[in-house]
Design a protein around this ligand. Structure first.
Ligand code: PGA
Length: 259
C-alpha cells in the first residue's frame, strides 16, 4: 500500500512563498512512485495554487487545514466543506491547534468529518494526548488514553461504515508537535495498535481495518524512515519541514522507497 505523506503548511507561507513551494514540489514529485502526497496550504492560497498547476498528477492532492460543517450561511470567517469540494481532495479535521486556539470540541469535529465525507473530501482526523500516555514501565495512563480514544470514537461517530476507507487518522501527540521531541516509533506503534483495537471493538474488524493511521509530530528527514518501515504506520503528517521543499521532498522519497 502506498504511504501517505501530508504537509501541513499551517499559517507559515505567504502567497508568493506558497506558489514557489507548490511549483517546486510538483516538479520534483511529479514522477515519484509508491507514495501519495497531500499538501495543505493556508485556505486563501488553495485556489491560486490549484490554478497555477493546470495539470494535477493523480498522486498529489491538496488539503484544507480546516472546514466548516454547514454548507452556506451566517458563519463569518469560515469556509465550508461544500465550498471546498472541488478544490481539495482532503481536509485536516480537529488539529490540536484548532482544538486549543479555536476551542473545537469532539462534537464540532464529528460534524466536520460528516460534511467532508458528504462532499467527497477525505478527512484526516487528528487525535493526540497532552502528556505522554505510556510510562517508562510501558504502562498506559488510563486518563490520557481515554481522552484520545474519545477523540477518535467521537470523531468517527456517525461516519458510515462504507466511508471508513476514506478516513485517515493522524495520531499527533501534542508534546511532539513543533517541539523537536517526536514520539518514538515504538511508542507510536503501541498507541496506534491500541487505537485500532478500540476502533475494532466499536465498529468491527472489517470497517476498522479500512481506516489508515499516520503519525505526526516533529517528523524530520532523519526519523521519517523509522516510522514508515512499520506497515501499521501508513504515513506521516509533517508540519515544520513541510514548508522546506528539500526536506519534504526527501521524506516523500524515503516513503517511496519503503512502500
Ligand atoms: P510539526 O507539526 O511537524 O512541526 O511537529 C506537525 C503538525 O502539527 O501537524
Amino acid at each position: 500500500m502506498n504511504k501517505l505523506i501530508v504537509g501541513n503548511w499551517k499559517m507559515y507561507p505567504t502567497l508568493s512563498d506558497s506558489l514557489v513551494l507548490a511549483a517546486s514540489l510538483k516538479r520534483s514529485l511529479e514522477d515519484i512512485n509508491g507514495v501519495e502526497v497531500v499538501l495543505a496550504p493556508p485556505t486563501a492560497w488553495l485556489v491560486p495554487i490549484a490554478e497555477s498547476w493546470r495539470h494535477k498528477p493523480q498522486h498529489i492532492s491538496l488539503a484544507a487545514q480546516n472546514v466548516w460543517p454547514n454548507d452556506q450561511g451566517a458563519y463569518t470567517g469560515e469556509v465550508s466543506a461544500y465550498m471546498l469540494r472541488n478544490i481539495v481532495q482532503y481536509a485536516i479535521v480537529g488539529h490540536s491547534e484548532r482544538r486549543e486556539y479555536a476551542g473545537e470540541d469532539n462534537d464540532l469535529i464529528h460534524q466536520k468529518m460528516q460534511a467532508c465525507l458528504q462532499w467527497g473530501i477525505k478527512p484526516i482526523l487528528c487525535v493526540g494526548e497532552n502528556k505522554r500516555m505510556i510510562d517508562s514501565e510501558g504502562v498506559f495512563d488510563a486518563y490520557q488514553l481515554g481522552k484520545v480514544v474519545e477523540q477518535l470514537l467521537e470523531g468517527m461517530n456517525a461516519v458510515k461504515k462504507d466511508n471508513f476507507d476514506k478516513v485517515t487518522v493522524a495520531y499527533e501527540p501534542i508534546f511532539a508537535i513543533g517541539t523537536g521531541e517526536a514520539a518514538t516509533p515504538e511508542y507510536t506503534l503501541r498507541v496506534i495498535t491500541k487505537l485500532k483495537e478500540k476502533l475494532t471493538d466499536k465498529f468491527g474488524e472489517g470497517p476498522a481495518g479500512m481506516v489508515r493511521f499516520i503519525y505526526g509530530g516533529s517528523v524530520t528527514t532523519t526519523n521519517a524512515a523509522e516510522y514508515l518501515r512499520y506497515p501499521d504506520i501508513a504515513g506521516l503528517l509533517a508540519g515544520g519541514i513541510s514548508v522546506k521543499a528539500q526536506d519534504f521532498i526527501k521524506v516523500c522519497q524515503i516513503a517511496s522507497k519503503i512502500s
